[in-house]
Design a binder for this molecule. Structure first.
Ligand SMILES: [Zn+2]
Length: 85
């Protein structure tokens, strides 16, 4: 618990962004966001948001595909949480 162990394969900034993105998506299951909107919502660059998205989509419970962004309303690649049927 001394904080001496770090994941050196992950850029330092990517971790909090990924966690915040996960919380954002899980908090709003019906919504899906595009990278541009996620970067705005998370106050980060679009490149960082895209990198976090790639990591998140590999996790169970997260879906990514072509759809309508809940924020900007554009049809593009969006990411969101999988809503249980
Ligand atoms: Zn959008």
């Amino acid at each position: 618990m001394g904080g001496s162990v770090r994941d050196q394969t992950t850029p330092a900034l990517a971790v909090p962004i990924r966690q915040r993105m996960r919380e954002l998506l899980r908090a709003q299951p019906p919504h899906r966001f595009c990278t541009a909107c996620l970067s705005g919502l998370l106050d980060t660059s679009e490149a960082s948001a895209r990198m976090a998205m790639v990591t998140l989509e590999a996790e169970p419970g997260t879906t990514r595909g072509y759809g309508t962004c809940s924020r900007c309303g554009k049809d593009r690649i969006v990411v969101g949480a999988v809503v249980p049927a």
